[in-house]
Design a protein around this ligand. Structure first.
Ligand code: HEC
Length: 150
């Protein structure tokens, strides 16, 4: 147990102290940032959505969620370590969601919405090593989760 607490303590220091400080000084010295389009920072600039949803992608997305995300995120609105995923496709653009999954560190350092989340949470989301096509499957799964609970 002692080791676990020690580890968590380090994570807190890293998440709440160092990173937000360096983020702030970077913002102050940088030239005016381009207008935020809500799509986040990363490779994904445009996502074409499927209508109806592709159920094979949903199933693959669920598998990745079970394996890599469910320890910190529930499918309801309840926060555990990270926010619950219910409604995530309504509060964020699809591009933002995929950038958050595949480019987590840069998002937490530079994207205003991701930074606001980091300020609320006591933990920094670790990079999950998710490929672009896997992130697209996860997005399909999120859309399915939100549609099923309407
Ligand atoms: C170790 C815990 C942890 C794991 C594992 C994790 N996340 Fe996160 N996630 C967080 C935290 C904490 C936040 C809030 C931002 C922050 O504080 O870094 C977050 C935020 C998010 C957000 C933004 C949610 C919103 O309401 O806007 C998305 C999307 C997301 N994570 C997707 C994922 C996906 C997909 C996986 C699995 C591939 C995953 N996360 C794995 C901790 C985690």
């Amino acid at each position: 147990m002692r080791n676990l607490f020690g580890y968590m303590f380090c994570m807190l220091l890293f998440a709440c102290g160092g990173s937000s400080d360096s983020g702030q000084s970077a913002t102050q010295s940088a030239p005016a940032a381009p207008k935020d389009d809500g799509k986040g920072i990363g490779e994904i600039t445009e996502v074409a959505l499927n209508d109806p949803l592709d159920q094979e992608m949903v199933a693959r997305g669920q598998e990745i969620y079970d394996l890599k995300c469910s320890a910190c995120h529930k499918l309801t609105g309840q926060r555990v370590v990270g926010p619950g995923f219910l409604g995530v496709t309504e509060r964020r653009k699809p591009e933002w969601i995929m950038n958050m999954i595949t480019n987590t560190d840069a998002m937490l350092e530079k994207d205003p919405q991701a930074q606001a989340l980091l300020e609320e949470c006591l933990t920094r989301m670790p990079n999950q090593n998710v490929a672009l096509n896997e992130a697209r499957d996860i997005l399909e799964f999120f859309l399915s989760n939100d549609q099923s609970k309407k």
